[in-house]
Design a protein around this ligand. Structure first.
Ligand code: ZN
Length: 230
């Protein structure tokens, strides 16, 4: 589950009821702490990322054959049923398709928010997005919403061209078929580079490429991807 239906609620839960459609999130939002009211971040100080795998009262509500299981990142979204602190749930429109909505929680909204809230892309600007998974497609969708004039997607999977275009991508680069670097290919389309480059793969060499694909001085590179390599 990443989008699900409320089966029952605790005694003190006021803003959700049985049957509501919800999406669990890693980070809550109290709307009152210094970080929440800043408007600069979603890293709430009251309901932070919980790395212990336990509920806020340090208990676990999950078990299998008598053995304790852990609530991964407050969500435990690989289980059929889960107990979640209400502060880590977001209510969604019940008309939404649950299968599609499952992409909103972690992947899509991360990229969308990078274009919208972090880059604050201006109308008419140029954008390049490295990596066209759910995060990258979200970044493309956010760039389109913000009115970018040119949205370049970079991915070595040719199938991502059609998918990217469906989300608003205007140009596609598959660097695997070229002896030029991805940043050189971006500059062939955008001269001095793009106004905003959003890196969604976490591959160290591509983080360097995304900086080089960005306009010197006035451009902005947003590093979203987290890589396995140091
Ligand atoms: Zn907060």
């Amino acid at each position: 589950i990443k989008c699900s239906v409320v089966e029952s609620i605790g005694d003190e839960v006021r803003n959700l009821k049985e049957g509501d459609f919800i999406i669990p999130t890693y980070i809550g939002e109290c709307e009152e702490c210094e970080n929440c009211v800043s408007g600069k971040t979603n890293v709430c100080l009251t309901h932070p990322v919980r790395l212990t795998g336990l509920m806020p009262d340090n208990s676990s509500r999950l078990s299998i054959k008598g053995q304790k299981l852990y609530h991964v990142l407050s969500c435990a979204t690989w289980s059929e049923y889960v107990v979640v602190d209400v502060n880590y749930l977001t209510k969604v429109d019940p008309n939404i398709n649950l299968a599609y909505a499952s992409f909103i929680s972690c992947g899509f909204s991360t990229g969308y928010g990078a274009s919208w809230k972090e880059a604050k892309i201006e109308t008419g600007s140029t954008v390049a997005v490295f990596g066209l998974g759910a995060v990258g497609l979200g970044a493309i969708s956010g760039a389109k919403m913000m009115g970018a004039s040119k949205i370049i997607g970079i991915d070595k999977n040719e199938k991502k061209k059609e998918i990217g275009e469906a989300f608003g991508m205007t140009h596609f680069i598959n660097p695997s078929g070229s002896d030029k670097s991805p940043s050189e290919l971006v500059k062939e389309l955008c001269g001095m580079g793009v106004d905003y480059c959003i890196e969604c793969t976490g591959v160290p060499t591509l983080l360097t490429q995304s900086v080089e694909a960005t306009k010197v001085g006035i451009g902005k590179t947003i590093a979203v991807g987290i890589g396995a390599e140091p």
